[in-house]
Structure formats: C-alpha cells, structure tokens
Design a protein. Structure first.
Length: 467
C-alpha cells in the first residue's frame, strides 16, 4: 500500500513494493496499491472507465493525484525519516549478502530480484497539493518552489530538492499537484539501522549510480528547479522553439511560441533518474566504518542498464536449463518480478513508450534475437507527448519472433488513455504466458560479480569495487 508522505504511483515507490513482494514470494497486483482480493473487480471497473470519452478520462486522470497530494502544512514534518521507514518495511527481515542503494531504475530492480536483495531508493516523489488555473505557468511553479521548497528543506536537512515541471509527460497530473522530487544526501538513521540489521558481515552495498544530468536553476543550497525531464525530448527541445513541442502546446491549450522557464545556471543530477553523489560520500564512510564492501555500477542513460540486466537473466536461465526464447518489454513501473521469473521470461525495462526507448529494445532484439516470443507492456500517460510510439509500431517487434508477439494488459485502441492497463498488466501476465517454473534459488553475489567482470567492454556501464 501507499504512504502518506510520498507518491504511491512513482518510479521510486512502485519498484520498491514490487521487489518487496517478490522477496516475500508474492505476486504484485495493481502496483501494490490495493489488496489482491480487490484487484480483479478494480480491473473490471477500469475497463468500464476506458469506455468513457477521451476528454472525460483526461479530466479524471488530472484529478486523481489530489487523493494522495500532501497539504502544504505537512512539508514541515520529518518526511525523510517517514519515507525511509516506509521503504525498509517493504522487505522481509532477514540477512542479505548485499543491499542496493541509489538512483531508482527498473533494470536495477530486475537485478535485485534475481540476487534476492532489497533496494533502497535515494529519490522520492512528494506530491504537494496545488490546483492550477494554468498548467503551462512555469514561472508560477518556480515561485511556488521558492516558498514551499524552502519549508521542506528546513525540516529535512537530509534531503536535496528538485521541483520539476515536465509539461509533456506529466501534463495532466501536474494540473493538481506540484512535483517535489527529493533526493537523500545522507543515509540517515533509518537506512543505517536497517543496513546494520540485515547486511551479513562483510556484505556489500551495491550503489546504483545513474550519472544523467539536466540543466537546472539554483534556488538555494540543495534546492533546484528543473524544467522538463528525461524521456522523448532533450533539454534543448524544452528550452527552445521545437516544432514538436509547439504542436503539443497548441493541442493542450497553450498557443505560446515557447514555454518561459527561468534560465538554468548549472547541470545537476536529473530529478527523477540521476544520482546525487553526495549520498555516495556518506555510503563510502559507512562502509569503511562497518567493514562492508562498496560496489558501484555507473551509467549515463537510465536504459543503459537494461541490456546488462536482460543478459543476466538470460545467463541465469540457461544455467537452470530454462528456455531463453521469451523477452518481456517492461514500461516504467509496469513490472511484475514474480511472474517474470515464474514464466522464465527475460525482462527488458524501458523508461517510457517513446521512440528513444523503442530504438533501445529494437537494437537489443536485433543483436540477441530472434526470440520465440515478445510481450510488451505500455504505460499510458493520458497525453500524447512528442515521440510517443503507438501500438502499430510496437507490433513491428512482433514480426521479429519465430512464434508470436503480444501485448500485456494493453487495450491498443485506447492507448495512451488506457488506464485499465495499470490493473490488467498483472492479471494478463499469467494468461498470456502458460509456461511455469519454480520460483526458488537466486543468483549469488559471487556469480553477479563474475558477470560484471568485463562488463565495461560489453555494456555502457562502468564498475568499481571498494573493499
């Protein structure tokens, strides 16, 4: 279930719940936001909502975040501690050979599932209640962050704050909330106590280090404003007059020639995906003090880790005499680790269903295929941002199979307003794939470290180990 202080539907909280369910040997219905008993009735309700007009669905999607948005007065509370407590409670209390910490990433979640270890995110989304008359008002959001971001940081010195406004991917949800993306710059008491409790003597902390940067405007120490975000557009597309963004603005009610964000003055860790390396310094000191090893996996683009994770599964399945002919394309938080392993499927995680992501998985299929089967899940934004790849183009991947291709939980005709897919992705997994394998055993850290040897020559990653 969700937490009062952080968003339940986010790239940090959902993977933690998914991984936690897997470590408890459980399925992961409805993004972990509902009890499993109500997931099927809820899926039927969502299918009904899919029959509503597109304009009405957009309005419902815009209003949905209000239910979990934080009142501004609660920004004075100890959110850093409360969120950390929530994350560690998602996992079983037992010894682990390693724990991963760092930038949120679906491919790292896949790796952690195979290793049977927890992942503790650096970042979190704090949705703050802010109903806007004009969702295109970038400077209004900037001024809001000056006031209320300062309030948050004063009460939470363990955090750095990026208020992000992405007027493409988050356009509908930003009608009713401000996106306060916080990054932990200190481990904090809760994380430290948890690591000392569950890490075996001499165990490892696996740091997930995404080096992605984005131009930001400094507001104060550890306080930034980020306009735009990683996805289908570059920073130049957001800050300059790109024809694709002009068409998007016109379609969604802003005929201005361009947005008018504040001028950026430095490059910082991207708000949603990048690692603030100040946390790395604290982790290094902690490992030195307590005799833990530090393994750092670094890469620039979030999806750079996806080919490595997919190959890790492929090798592990082969070692267990499991057929490696099925590839599952995951989209944002639409991940089901239990059924991925239960069906012997190779996961390839994508940030969003955009052209850059499509090209990434297409390259992997061309270099590693042909596959017997390819299954694809698609996150519905509720809007059509520049670079979105629709169903017919995804079906091109199906032609690269020797047996069949299929969507997982996707009603193709309704995408990207197919909100039922948030419920159906889990229910459809077992229906679409009939093969079953026991969910037991895990990849050892020794095996993983051997796999990482030479990774720099095969993948766009670098690996360092500190004793």
């Amino acid at each position: 279930m969700g937490n009062r202080y952080i968003a339940g539907f986010d790239s940090s909280s959902v993977p933690v719940r998914a991984l936690g369910a897997y470590l408890f040997n459980k399925e992961f219905p409805a993004l972990g936001l509902q009890p499993s008993l109500v997931s099927r009735p809820a899926a039927r309700l969502m299918l009904f909502l899919n029959k509503l007009s597109p304009s009405l669905r957009e309005k419902l999607y815009s209003a949905a975040p209000i239910s979990e948005a934080l009142p501004r007065r609660m920004l004075k509370e100890d959110i850093a501690t409360r969120s950390a407590e929530y994350f560690v409670k998602q996992y079983p209390e037992r010894f682990f050979p390693a724990v991963s910490i760092g930038a949120s990433n679906g491919a790292m979640m896949n790796i952690c599932a195979l290793l049977g270890i927890p992942f503790l995110p650096q970042n979190m989304l704090i949705p703050v209640r802010r109903v806007k008359k004009d969702p295109h008002d970038v400077m209004g959001e900037f001024e809001f962050s000056k006031t209320w971001g300062t309030t948050l940081l004063k009460a939470n010195p363990e955090l750095a704050l990026h208020l992000i406004i992405d007027p493409t991917h988050d356009f509908l949800m930003s009608h009713s909330i401000a996106y306060f993306r916080a990054k932990r710059i200190k481990l904090g008491k809760v994380y430290k106590q948890y690591l000392l409790k569950v890490l075996k003597p001499g165990g490892a902390i696996l740091v997930n280090d995404c080096t992605l940067k984005w131009p930001v405007t400094s507001i104060d120490t550890n306080h930034y404003f980020q306009f735009g975000g990683h996805g289908s557009l570059t920073p130049d597309d957001f800050f300059h007059n790109n024809p694709n963004t002009a068409e998007f603005r016109k379609h969604y009610g802003n005929a201005a020639t361009k947005w008018n964000p504040p001028k950026p003055d430095l490059n910082a860790a991207e708000a949603e995906w990048g690692l603030n390396t100040e946390l790395l310094d604290d982790i290094r000191q902690f490992c030195t003090k307590h005799g833990f090893r530090l393994i750092r996996v670094s890469y620039e683009e979030p999806e750079d880790l996806s080919p490595l994770a997919a190959d890790l599964y492929r090798d592990w399945y082969r070692s267990r005499q499991i057929d490696t002919g099925r590839l599952i394309v995951q989209s944002f938080v639409l991940q089901e680790p239990f059924w991925t392993v239960r069906t012997g499927s190779i996961p390839f995680w994508l940030v969003f269903p955009t052209i850059a992501s499509f090209n990434k998985v297409q390259d992997y299929i061309q270099s590693h295929g042909p596959f017997k089967e390819i299954g694809v899940s698609l996150l519905s934004f509720g809007v059509t941002p520049p670079g979105l790849v629709a169903g017919p183009m995804w079906k091109r991947l199906f032609k690269k199979t020797s047996k069949r291709g299929f969507f997982i939980g996707v009603e193709e005709s309704e995408f990207p307003l197919d909100f039922a897919s948030l419920q159906r992705y889990h229910l459809d997994f077992g229906k679409q794939i009939r093969s079953r394998y026991p969910v037991f055993g895990k990849l050892s850290m020794e095996q993983f470290e051997r796999f990482l040897t030479g990774a720099e020559s095969q993948y766009s990653v670098s690996v360092s180990v500190e004793q």
